[in-house]
Design a protein around this ligand. Structure first.
Ligand code: COA
Length: 389
């Protein structure tokens, strides 16, 4: 067994593709049938019957909580949503032109300055850290959104649900119940997805026994890259660039001829339509039925149909990012906040992996295959020859 594992590593798998780096009981994906389970529960059931905070509790502690525990968790999260004025002051020093993901990474790390005790074997410390991070990340996203517009952040409202309060803090308007419900469902869908790059990053950071704020800051930095969290922004840019139904086919011809990837399609694991995309499409339809149709959504459906006609044979279908941007735009969320909203949700998964990593920790220290030069003698400066122009 050991030999096989060593053999695998020594063969070098770029991107660690198919190399197990952890044993995990948090999430199961079957990419051939398009199923996604959190702790054994199908995401379809969670979206239908649960809410984001209950799902976060399930992911982090492994079981659906009894009602009293859920109420206590909700209460604790709701009452920890405010952020210290000194953190707001730090955020006010960020450049308004900075990307909100950079602001989020810096402010998540700043939280660690205020709550820096690393008593990782104390369940109370772990619970408090979970509550603080789940509670404060949305407040920090919303605070930077207002600060960069020259406004003061809005205080969270204790009477609003998690998702409703987030939308309220972004706009100072209480959202319609449907809008809050749809955002809550989006948060459930983005809460966890096994060992993608940001979750792996969270586990590597966790394995050093640093504090959970550093774990989340590290994961946020990893999520910020366009190959990971940023694709839904690209989908909207792409749909805006296509502009009208008659340009869908020429756009596809051009992409395929140039071997360009079409944003919002394809997945390393799914060989069928991403189950999250299916649910997001239903949510988008509910939103558009209630608030009026959207030409971009009609364009998106046409593009999906045409991509399927051409690429289904390669297992390329719509992924989670294809419809999420359309939903977020309909909810009034600015495009460059799409990835921070992803982070708000994924904090639940990162924290679940942090706790799991601590439960059976071994610091990550992979090997490498050295490709540099052989040992060689030191050269004196005058022996190195003249610098070339
Ligand atoms: N558009 C066009 N062709 C695509 C494609 C896309 N979005 N995604 C995959 N393909 C093609 C590949 O070019 C490859 O074709 P080939 O066999 O002729 O070379 C084939 O489908 C198989 O690709 P695969 O190896 O399964 O993809 P991957 O694992 O390397 O890439 C992604 C997965 C997600 C990186 C890739 O699909 C992609 O870049 N998608 C667009 C960005 C995106 O939406 N990211 C968010 C992911 S949740």
């Amino acid at each position: 067994m050991t030999f096989v594992v060593r053999c695998c590593v020594m063969e070098f798998q770029p991107g660690l593709e198919d190399v197990p780096v952890a044993q995990s009981a948090i999430c199961h994906i079957d990419g051939t049938v398009g199923s996604l389970l959190y702790r054994g529960y199908a995401i379809e059931d969670l979206v239908r019957h649960s809410n984001f905070l209950e799902t976060a509790h399930l992911l982090i502690w492994g079981e659906l909580p009894p009602v009293e525990d859920l109420r206590t968790f909700e209460h604790d999260v709701y009452t920890h949503r405010r952020i210290k004025f000194r953190i707001r002051d730090v955020m006010k020093c960020f450049p308004e032109s900075g990307h909100p993901m950079d602001a989020l990474q810096a402010s998540a790390a700043a939280l660690g300055l205020f709550y820096s005790r690393r008593v990782l074997d104390n369940p109370l410390y772990v619970r408090q850290a979970v509550v603080r991070l789940v509670a404060k990340i949305p407040t920090m996203v919303a605070a930077f959104q207002l600060i960069r517009k020259g406004l003061d952040p809005i205080r969270p409202r204790d009477d609003l649900s998690y998702a409703a309060n987030f939308l309220y803090m972004l706009s100072e308007q209480e959202p319609e119940p449907l809008a809050a419900r749809v955002l809550d469902a989006c948060l459930i869908l983005h809460a966890e997805h096994s060992l993608n790059a940001s979750t792996f990053s969270a586990r590597v950071t966790a394995s050093t026994l640093t504090d959970p704020y550093a774990v989340v800051a590290s994961a946020v930095g990893t999520l910020a890259g366009p190959l990971h969290g940023g694709a839904n922004e690209d989908v909207l840019d792409m749909l805006d660039a296509i502009g009208s139904p008659d340009r869908v086919e020429p756009f596809l011809d051009q992409c395929l001829a140039r071997k360009q990837r079409i944003a919002g399609f394809g997945h390393r694991v799914y060989r069928v339509k991403d189950p999250r995309a299916r649910i997001l499409q239903e949510l988008a339809e509910k939103l558009f039925a209630c608030y009026g149709s959207d030409a971009t959504y009609d364009l998106a459906r046409l593009l999906e149909q045409k991509v399927e006609e051409r690429l289904a044979g390669k297992g390329v279908y719509a992924n989670v990012d294809f419809y999420s941007g359309l939903v977020y735009r309909r909810l009034g969320i600015p495009t460059d906040l799409f990835t921070p909203v992803f982070a708000v949700a994924r904090v639940a998964g990162w924290l679940a992996h942090w706790k799991e990593q601590l439960g059976a920790n071994r610091i990550f220290r992979p090997s490498q295959i050295y490709t540099g030069v052989d040992p060689r003698p030191w050269q004196l400066h005058r022996e190195r020859g003249a610098a070339s122009d």
